[in-house]
Design a protein around this ligand. Sequence first.
Ligand code: WT7
Length: 651
Amino acid sequence: MAKTEKAIEALLKEGRTFSPSKKFRDNAHVQDEALYRKAKRNREKLWEDFAKELDWFKKWRKVLTWKVPDAKWFTGGKLNVSYNCLDRHIETARKNKAAIIWVGEFGESITLTYWELYREVNKFANVLKNLGVKKGDRVTIYLPMIPELAIAMLACARIGAPHSIVFGGFSPDSLRDRIRDCKAKVLITSDGGYRRGKVIPLKKNADEALKKTPSIKKVVVVNRVGDKEKVRMKRGRDLWWHKLMEDTSPYCAPERMDSEDMLFILYTSGTTGKPKGIVHTTGGYMVGAYATTKLVFDLKEEDTYWCTADIGWVTGHSYIVYGPLANGATSIMYEGAPDYPDIGRFWAIVEKYAVNIFYTAPTAIRAFMKWGEEHPKKYDLSSLRLLGSVGEPINPEAWMWYHTHIGGKKCPIVDTWWQTETGSILITALPGLTKLKPGSTTIPFPGIEADVVDEAGKSVKVGAGYLVINSPWPSMLRGIYGDRRRYVDTYWSKYPGIYFTGDGAKRDKDGYIWVLGRVDDVMNVAGHRISTMEVESALVDHPAVVESAVVGKSHDLKGQAIVAFTTLKRDVKSSPKLLEELRAHVAKKIGAIARPDEIIFTADLPKTRSGKIMRRLLRNIAEGAVLGDTTTLADPSVVNQLREQHEHKEG
Ligand code: WT7
């Protein structure tokens, strides 16, 4: 049995349960099952009532039109997301409330009140308009975690220009591909960004990408690192953010967006080498992000809320910016890493800002565990009342550590399952109500019909299968940008009319869901989604490599580690130096997050008679597991060699 399967077995024996304290429940937004009952009676009414809590310029005619696989939510409704995140609060006592508290890597901070953020967003919206950006034009944003990132996205939303945010850790090639795919007109970047005290040369990366992106007409550059990074500004194309903002008028009327107008594109990895541009629209996304932020995090007016994600991922879109701001909350945005300048950094921030709600990833929790509980102990974490987890399955051990050493045994933990595609959280506890089981993402959010099904699509009441969603929800993706076929094939073909998540899951006798991980060729490395094919293409791009097969292997800290079985050209000799060179090559081609943890050189790759690489076998080899039946192999000796080599290396 593979290591992962053993871990899963152990997980399912987990018998501990945790209920919210009476105090927590008595103050929670959701204290009873009424919402679940309401959803059962009339799902559309449930979502419609959430939609009514937002501001619409014009009300919808119809809540849902569902023609598989196309959903339209709140048809005929007109609204603007930046209006919902800003304008509607400045009319109230929230005007001077902190919207974003930004904390820099050096510990410096900037607080933007709703009014201040509103002004900045309006001004930058005018900047974009002056640069010729019109409703529907795509804008790519390649920025570090600085306030301008949130300002830029809200400004795009204000004028109806879909943004495509590219994580600042991605390489020039990755940026180029993402710009080319959506034909963005404007790129917003910065001279550089800080990462653990070092400067990441974003503008230089962008210049590299821009050599092959003819659609980009203007580049706006934020000055973040000043003279620490020399930038070359191309005349007529590159413009400084601060110069553009100088004499721009401070009011820009929000565009009246149709509920189904595109709000953003966000690229994520799929099973092929090419990332998918996930499309989200305005009304449904806003309703999903708003309602889940409010209820899953039990968000109250006085809360200080902190999601530690990067805005370059969907978690940051929905749960640093759009969800919290639509709720009028105070959202902390942190520029840096959890271990810089020291490993107490997160807890120092929790203490300094008296954070009440804290949302992070299991990979970070496992790192904190390894560093030791003495670090959080040095800080006053008593302000915390709710914890969240996202991005990958959380093992019960990490859950218990989080509960004990961060939550002081008093904070419920919401383990939230969702995806870039789902736009907002779909499976989660409601913290004032749901009994928690460490390691389980618990039950579907009201109105979400999640199911676990077998290969034939039959519902598995208790046991393992594929995680699917049986009916549409407002914040679901509306497609893959420019690739209808892939949208249909990826999500709607395995079970007609049913959304296929790509995850395996187990349901227990109480109906609780335990996500087991991806069932496709997608890896989850430290909460980042990486396709095996992307890494393979990056490897074969190196002149020494003939062929490569990449698999994920379970890893104590990162969840999964990347293992690449690689065949070199006949005249190339393997060496530790070459191994490092190949790892660096992948980091350069894709980004550091995709750097393989292990490269195993092999004379050949195990293939079936029809020539397909036997990935399952490679996964077993990578896990160090006992080999199964190899009779379908064209040359079984290959596998034995591979295995021996691997065991030798591990030994
Ligand atoms: C994949 C989606 C959703 C924001 C971050 C990742 C895995 C996500 C959980 C969880 C177990 C989880 C799934 C999913 N995943 N949350 N709570 N428990 N697995 O977004 O990059 O689109 O990745 O992350 O495998 O399919 P993403």
